[in-house]
Design a protein around this ligand. Structure first.
Ligand code: MRU
Length: 366
């Protein structure tokens, strides 16, 4: 995708300096800064401190982390993978990428592992970008049909209104994004889209990242507080919801950023289609019941009690936004049951959120 008109990916390998480049997402939207990862510690910190985030990008960063660890001389491949796996618990793409690295590297002689690890990490990055582009194509079909149906009912309609939560754009992947990929493709195909962007407290991935991405691509959007979606749906201002996922069960339960479930409930109550876009690597074929079985990350209470922004001197700063001493919970994700999901958009096509539909995808998970 583009930043100031220049094409970028979220992660890349720099041959000249033999290091892995990332965009530091903790600084956006106010500062666009790149960082470089040169060892296992830096890769682990990048994921846990959310310099990189979003399920697919976490997986690819972990793959590069394996390469950096082997290059540093860490001989115990299983221990390296365990360390990276512990950085964030919910997004299954992390486990998926590490399993692919482990299975491919284990049979190889230790001296040859680093070069294979680098090649495989690059391959996973390319694969993710291709998968997200294909998700965009399949989602574009749904958006086109929704726009044609709206125009047939309301010839004066000016745009298709899509609500999204958190950031499931290209910053959350290597390129294109999941939920935002169909929106980018629709925009390029000339379909007038307008995006309602949930701010997504506490870390504001919607207000900070999704809005920034949409700006870069010139797409109409409006940031709303997290509780506004239901009201907008009641008044007919949302044509469809489109979100990403961090882990989806074989039965179609969808785990995504905290607050997604409430949007799905409001969507069902108002007859608004609720789509989830995800690569097959986000499906956990070992799980049946998302609510009981998916581990939900709890992050530091400071993310709730403090907020980051620009002060009156234009400096990036953190301020406390609530009284001292109140207890704070910071659940990162929730689970939307399959019954609330209209369909899942994957790189292999559009699937019902049901076991009989998703089972066919198991063969493509590796
Ligand atoms: O905590 P984050 O910012 O990593 O959470 C990201 C999300 O919840 C995204 O919606 C999800 O990873 C899908 S990304 C394409």
């Amino acid at each position: 995708m583009h930043i100031n008109g220049q094409p970028w990916r979220t992660i890349w390998f720099e041959e000249a300096d033999q290091r892995v480049g990332i965009i530091d997402q903790t600084r956006l939207p106010h500062h666009f800064e790149t960082r470089y990862l040169s060892n296992l510690d830096e890769a682990c910190t990048a994921i846990s401190a959310m310099q990189v985030r979003g399920a697919p990008l976490i997986g690819v960063t972990a793959a590069y982390g394996v390469y950096l660890a082997l290059r540093e001389g860490h001989a115990d491949l299983a221990a390296v993978c365990s360390r990276l796996l512990a950085t964030r618990p919910t997004a299954v793409n992390l486990r998926w990428a590490l399993e692919r690295m482990f299975q491919s590297l284990q049979p190889i002689a230790e001296s040859e592992r680093p070069q294979h690890a680098l090649a495989l990490a690059g391959h996973l990055a390319d694969e993710d970008a291709e998968a997200c582009s294909a998700i965009g194509e399949h989602g574009l079909g749904l958006i086109r049909r929704a726009w044609e149906a709206k125009r047939a009912l309301k010839p004066q309609a000016e745009c298709l209104n899509i609500l999204t939560h958190c950031n499931a754009g290209w910053l959350a992947t290597v390129d294109w994004g999941t939920a935002l990929a169909p929106i980018y493709k629709a925009h390029r195909a000339g379909i007038p889209v307008h995006v309602w962007v949930d701010e997504t407290r506490p870390r504001n991935q919607g207000a900070f990242l999704t809005a920034w991405e949409l700006q870069q691509e010139g797409i109409e959007h409006t940031i709303i507080v997290d509780n506004a979606g239901g009201h907008l749906m009641q008044h007919g201002h949302v044509d469809l919801c489109l979100v990403g996922s961090d882990r989806t069960t074989i039965t179609g339960d969808v785990c995504n950023k905290i607050g997604t479930y409430l949007k799905a409930l409001a969507a069902q109550d108002n007859g608004v289609p609720f789509y989830v876009a995800l690569p097959v690597s986000t499906i956990d074929f070992t799980l049946e019941d998302g609510i009981r079985e998916i581990p939900i990350e709890q992050r530091h209470p400071h993310e709730v009690s403090h907020m980051q922004g620009l002060n009156e001197h234009g400096q990036l700063t953190r301020i406390q936004v609530m009284a001292h001493h109140s207890a704070v919970n910071n659940y990162g994700f929730d689970v939307t049951p399959a019954r609330l999901v209209t369909a899942l958009i994957t790189e292999r096509g559009v699937f019902a959120a049901r076991r009989d539909s998703l089972a066919a995808l198991a063969d493509f998970s590796n």
